[in-house]
Write a protein that binds this ligand. Structure first.
Ligand code: ADP
Length: 268
């Protein structure tokens, strides 16, 4: 068989993009979309970087809301679909832009999901000088992950970042994500532990909220020989920034969470 025409088209679109990062999590609700959006804002705070976000969480696309572009529409040009620009150097593409209203549920089977992801990868007209393309994926490992990994085979995935909370049940699912990456030959950049603790804004004491109280993610990373990229504390200003669709680093640059995110960026 000759080369797969779809892979060729995806490759033509994306191979010039330097960093293609998959953001994964074993469970929902651990902060994967929040991290993706805030990472994108933080990377794009440097005008020299061009950043794109692809929301392939087809059943629960939340990126448009948390990146402040939920009522936007995408347009077709002779070059394909234009993503929505949140700022000059930050573009977003999401299934959310195609739903009739924000409460619509998408119930699609594998082949249709694969079809839309293929279109996202083949037809979206990203700036050819994009430096970072971040893929926000659904929790677990499902059809969407397989589609993306297969379609990006020739253009190359830089690596995966796996989000977890410190909780034992979430950590167990991290093993599955790591197993998936290893089987699919996706390099693992490392694990990010989110909601790792809570610093009381009144007394500044840090409380560990989840069990095990400390060190669970670090121990897991040591055992599986992958880097722990950082730990982001619970910070109400993160939730607030997401509700307003803005960057929390901009609104709270000296917070422990902002420092944690900055350190993670230096490691990827
Ligand atoms: P996922 O994409 O993993 O399902 P979300 O990104 O939607 O999770 O996050 C779930 C909820 O947790 C959201 O309401 C979000 O604002 C909140 N959240 C995520 N990370 C933090 C954090 N570090 N501090 C405070 N709230 C957070």
């Amino acid at each position: 068989a000759g080369p797969d025409p779809d892979l060729l088209l995806v490759s033509q679109r994306l191979s010039g993009i330097r960093h293609k990062l998959l953001i994964l999590s074993g469970k929902g609700g651990v902060g994967k979309s929040t991290f993706t959006a805030q990472l994108a804002f933080a990377l794009a705070s440097s005008e020299e970087r061009e950043v794109g976000v692809v929301d392939i969480d087809i059943c629960g696309p939340s990126v448009p809301k948390i990146m402040g572009c939920e009522r936007e529409e995408i347009h077709r040009s002779s070059n394909g679909w234009s993503p929505v620009y949140v700022q000059d150097n930050l573009a977003v593409m999401s299934i959310g832009f195609m739903l009739p209203d924000e409460d619509s549920a998408v119930i699609w089977r594998g082949p249709k999901k694969n079809g839309i992801i293929k279109q996202f990868l083949k037809d979206v007209d990203w700036s050819p000088t994009t430096d970072y393309l971040l893929f926000d994926t659904p929790p677990g490992t499902s059809d969407e992950h397989l589609s993306v990994v297969q379609l990006l085979r020739d253009s190359g995935i830089t690596g995966a970042i796996i989000l977890t909370t410190p909780q034992e049940v979430a950590l167990q699912d991290v093993r599955k994500e790591i197993d998936f990456c290893r089987k699919a030959r996706v390099p693992i950049l490392g694990v990010v532990e989110n909601m790792s603790g809570f610093v009381c804004p009144g007394c500044h004491t840090e409380s560990r909220i989840f069990y095990p109280t400390t060190g669970g993610a670090q121990a897991l990373c040591d055992e599986l020989d992958i880097p722990l990229l950082g730990s982001i504390p619970l910070d109400p200003s993160i939730g607030r920034a997401c509700d307003f669709g803005t960057s929390f680093i901009d609104s709270n640059p000296t917070s422990p969470a902002a420092h944690a995110l900055t350190k993670i960026i230096a490691r990827i």
